[in-house]
Write a protein that binds this ligand. Sequence first.
Ligand code: CMP
Length: 136
Amino acid sequence: MRERTFAIIKPDAVADRKVGKIIDALLSEGFDIVEMRQVVLDRPSAERFYATHAGKRFYADLVDFMTSGPIVALQVEGEDAVAHLRNFVGTTNPRTAARGTLRRRFGTSSLRNAIHASDSPGNAALEAAQFFAPPK
Ligand code: CMP
């Protein structure tokens, strides 16, 4: 099933000039980029985006990190895009993520892991709505 999902290239990867390589990897993997926007998140937006993690031990560091510089918000489309992109992004810790995954290639720690991908179609729609107008 062709579907749409949502991703963020995080401040670590933008600052390290890895956006082009990550976009290239997404396109080579068969995803289509349908929306793309570079923004700097303010604290309320970062807190809202990561509200499900409020109270976790890494939450304050996460909000600091996500507001530390520009991010690139993306909507990508493809066959089973939500599950496919989650697999392609890899597990949270880049050091233990599978070889070939984006986090293994571009991330440097569990916090600074280069890219976020939505974990369900419902969350993809909710997260995308923070950055993009709804699809027509
Ligand atoms: P993401 O997929 O964007 O969802 C939540 C984010 O919190 C995660 O990627 C990491 O950036 C961060 N995170 C999750 N677990 C940890 C952890 N154990 N230590 C530090 N940061 C974490």
